[in-house]
Design a protein around this ligand. Structure first.
Ligand code: HH2
Length: 263
């Protein structure tokens, strides 16, 4: 899953407003690089970010939405939003997945909107909200608590009418977690996989690599690819990444070695 942030203030690679032609170009490039899904976001959720209302998100997304009115996307599209209005507009324009970092908790209309339109949803774990989530997060048992939360949000989605087969789960690396919490969650992915749903993992260029290796955002690509491989080795089904080609190449090598071992 490649990331296309139409935001002026994202952690990495945000492009601000783009016209339909540029939007289509980005999607084609991402598909050619080997992404199966593009996650389009119009709101930064980096630590400290303020919420962005539906009007602004839709204005930022208008280039992408207008592009889809002209031609279908060359890969599956996911909308990274917590707001039902934005999710509805994206699903109506041809998106098939709603990626909600609040797992349906911030807008009670989000899960019913996904259910009504036959979409899929990615439910992510977050402690607190982006404004406050990194101020001293604590857990007794981070893997167990994240598992419990994701199980409850999966049940809420099913209650709202989203079939279980259309739900993906995400431990929310960096969302209300210290480096130790993030590493425990990556190591503990097999426990989360017991919930029976595909796991999405987003580590790309995140702050944990600043803490672990002292790298700035611009220098975090190799670390991100390595962490992505470690996640896949422990059961991640989808990697949410900024660097599609590098990730796809690394996965190609890893998969080939794995396949050779099974012969
Ligand atoms: N991380 C970010 C945003 N959305 N969604 C899921 N499911 N999982 C994640 O780990 C995740 C996410 C933050 O990364 P990014 O989009 O690069 O930054 P920003 O929120 O500043 O645009």
């Amino acid at each position: 899953m490649g990331v296309l942030n139409v935001t002026p203030d994202s952690l990495w690679g945000g492009v601000g407003a783009i016209d339909p032609e540029a939007a289509l170009g980005r999607l084609e490039e991402m598909a050619a690089d080997g992404a199966a899904i593009c996650d389009v976001g119009a709101e930064s959720t980096r630590p400290g970010a303020e919420p962005v209302d539906a009007e602004v998100q839709l204005a930022r997304l208008s280039g992408v939405l207008r592009a889809l009115a002209v031609a279908p996307a060359p890969l599956a599209l996911s909308i990274d939003t917590s707001l039902a209005r934005v999710a509805a507009a994206a699903l109506d324009a041809g998106f098939t997945l709603v990626n909600d970092v609040t797992a349906g908790r911030s807008d009670p209309a989000l899960l019913p909107t996904v259910a009504e339109r036959g979409g899929a949803v990615c439910l992510m774990h977050m402690r607190g909200d982006p404004r406050t989530m990194q101020s001293d997060p604590r857990y007794d048992d981070v893997v167990g608590e994240v598992r419990e939360h994701l199980a409850a949000r999966l049940a809420a989605a099913v209650d709202a009418g989203v079939p279980e087969e259309r739900v993906l789960l995400d431990p929310g690396i960096g969302f209300g977690k210290t480096l130790e919490h993030n590493l425990a969650l990556l190591a503990g992915l097999p426990v989360l996989a017991e919930l029976g749903r595909p796991l999405v993992v987003g580590v790309s260029r995140k702050g944990m690599f600043g803490t672990l290796l002292g790298r700035e955002v611009a220098e975090r690509m190799p670390a991100s690819v390595a962490a992505g491989l470690a996640a896949v080795a422990r059961g991640a089904a989808v990697l949410r990444v900024h660097d599609v080609r590098a990730t796809v190449d690394a996965l190609g090598v890893w998969t080939a070695v794995e396949a050779a071992g099974g012969r």
